[in-house]
Design a protein. Sequence first.
Length: 212
Amino acid sequence: MNLILLGAPGAGKGTQGEIIQEHLDIPSISTGVILREAIRTGTPLGQQAKAIIDKGGLVPDEVVNGIVKERLAQEDCQDGFILDGFPRTLPQALALDAMGVTIDKVLYLMVPDALIEERLCNRRVCEGCGATYHLINQPSSAGDLCEKCGSKLMTRKDDKPETIRERLSTYHQLTEPLVEYYRGQGKLFEIDGSTTIEAATEATLRILEGQE
């Protein structure tokens, strides 16, 4: 099953992606992770992305599209995958279609902006392994350290209030058109992401099992 997770920053895409990955035994692919990996390993596209980022620019669609295409061609994606953070814009969705990739279901996690801001202000990320925690909903059992690798937890620049508002504005402008695009294809399934993780997971699994 080929899936896309849609939703604003902090809607819970990463959390649900991990749960679906375990449930269906297919990889959850975060654009940010594979972009950093391409840069780390020095692939041709990764080198292009690094040169742009080093100059303070935004990685253009054609480079992101190419990195995603390379990742989807890997063997572990042949039985399905979960895309988290891609497509982010309508042109990226059209590029995904042009790759010949068939998407089965698009899971849209809906969360009000005020709750998104509250969630992200309390989010912490491990400096070492990138594991994500939440001071209220999912604290680390090791306090200020990552319970998985012991590295220090930090607040990302993206999780500061003024940055969150800018990210939400960009999301509404660029990403929300994807909702109507996939709704028109009959592939969009809405999930109330403002409830508990458990409730959102239950709704997600019902959709994946064809019960909704």
